[in-house]
Design a binder for this molecule. Structure first.
Ligand code: ATP
Length: 434
């Protein structure tokens, strides 16, 4: 068993170009991280898979991409202006601030005493336009869900969906966390993938169960093992202000078992609150001839950054290959940022390079996530590709060129997990990788 620590993951992520500290050359900005060339591929693969699974492959779902800046009244109506806060304590001696539920009764920095607990609102407040007055206040959305509720009427008017149906959105959300920590687990700028699934009030339990299963299916698809995910039924009194039932999906992160995703039954809380505050009728005709009803809603909420951390944790593997210790990311092929790497055996032989380029271009036309690598010797290239989780390495050698006539137009393909190589014909490469 590999001993997976956060230090190892953070260091690999930086070294290999997955994730860098935000604004690093200026000393960083707490709670922000930048996704590098491989990180953005990994992230896009995850988001595309989610979109495909929950929007494109279903006929009861539609997508949305709403603005991050929203009218402040939307967040007043949803209860976020008054209630979206964490309990804050300040050390009287060193003035450090903490979330009171994350510390004991003494300051972990200096041992000093804390002052009174007060509520700290986590929304980022800003001003839209050139005047900084109360009427220009706007908030960066703290969850993508808000954009879905305010577009409910638009979508009903354009598409006339029948219950049950859902609206999905992927996008950034911002929370001024008191204590960002644990790499990309708790950040101030994050990305969420959220669904509001609208149902008849008496059918919420069926939908809740269906989405519970769907969330596990998504974990399977991205390679988060089931035995590392645990459901926690959130008890009365600990749920968010809008929720009648919540299950947290917790994952065994290196720093402990913590929330990965949430599934909540939000009743008609949001639609009713927005209808009341805006005056817009947020209801739908369910049965002809009967008055419109306000649907209830089930909300599966997925954090993109936490998904990435769970995938990195699950994939991180140390083993031995040919008597040497090695490190590799056992990514599921669907999420791997690079699907295959193509090498000429030697960099200084123009015939090899030309043939390798030909194979590379042929593959890249069909599968864009292919990498060219001719740096260092083959061993170094394998090591590099293992560390970024590339499932296949393809080498073009003298046999490919026909040095052994019967091997002409064949290449070696190496499997990341076993390290085993096989010779196959160039014609079969595409189907093998796809
Ligand atoms: P926590 O209790 O860990 O603060 P939460 O219960 O406030 O999380 P939700 O409001 O349910 O989180 O948000 C939905 C999802 O968004 C979470 O399951 C998580 O994946 C993600 N998420 C929430 N806050 C953060 C954050 N600060 N950094 C990264 N991801 C986050």
């Amino acid at each position: 068993m590999t001993d997976v620590t956060m230090e190892k993951i953070v260091s690999l992520a930086k070294r290999r170009g997955f994730i860098y500290p935000g604004s690093e050359i200026y000393g960083g900005l707490s709670g922000t991280w930048d996704y590098g060339p491989l990180g953005v591929e990994l992230k896009n693969n995850i988001k595309n898979l989610w979109w495909r699974m929950f929007v494109q492959e279903r006929d009861d779902m539609c997508g949305l991409d709403a603005a991050i800046l929203m009218n402040a009244r939307a967040w007043e109506a949803s209860g976020h202006v008054s209630g979206f806060s964490d309990p804050l304590v300040e050390c009287k001696k060193c003035k450090h601030r903490f979330r009171s539920d994350q510390v004991e009764d003494k300051c972990p920095e200096c041992g000093g005493h804390f002052g009174e607990v007060r509520q700290f609102n986590m929304m980022f407040k800003t001003h839209a336009g050139a005047t900084e007055e109360e009427s220009s206040v706007s908030y960066l959305r703290p969850e993508t869900a808000g954009g879905i509720f305010v577009n409910f009427k638009n979508i009903v008017d354009s598409f006339h969906p029948k219950l049950p149906f859902g609206i999905a959105q992927i996008g950034k959300a911002f929370r001024n966390e008191i204590a960002p920590r644990d790499f990309i687990f708790r950040v101030r700028e994050m990305e969420q993938m959220e669904i509001e699934y609208f149902v008849r009030p008496n059918e919420w339990e069926v939908a809740f169960e269906e989405w519970r299963q769907n969330m596990h299916a998504f974990n399977d698809a991205v390679g988060i093992p089931r035995d590392a995910v645990h459901e926690l039924e959130v008890p009365d009194g600990e749920r968010a202000h809008y929720s009648k039932r919540t299950i947290d999906f917790e994952f065994d992160f290196p720093f402990g078992r913590k929330e990965l995703y949430g599934l909540a039954y939000r009743t008609d809380f949001d639609l009713s609150a927005h209808a009341k505050a805006s005056g817009a009728p947020l209801s739908i005709i369910d049965k002809e001839g009967e008055p419109p009803i306000v649907p209830h809603v089930i909300e599966p909420s997925f954090g993109v950054d936490r998904t990435i951390l769970a995938i990195l944790t699950s994939a991180y593997t140390e083993d031995e290959l040919g008597g040497e210790p090695r490190l590799y990311l056992k990514f599921n092929k669907a999420v791997a940022p690079i699907k295959a790497a193509v090498f000429p055996l030697l960099k200084n032989k123009p015939e090899l390079v030309a043939k390798a380029r030909e194979v590379y271009s042929m593959l890249k036309k069909q599968i864009p996530q292919i990498m060219w690598d001719d740096n260092g010797n083959i061993g170094k290239r394998y090591r590099r590709q293992d560390e970024i989780g590339t499932p296949y390495c393809i080498t073009i050698d003298f046999d490919t060129l026909g040095e052994e006539p019967e091997l002409k137009d064949t290449v070696t393909i190496r499997d990341r997990d076993t390290g085993e190589q096989e010779r196959i014909s160039i014609d079969n490469l595409l189907s093998r990788i796809a």
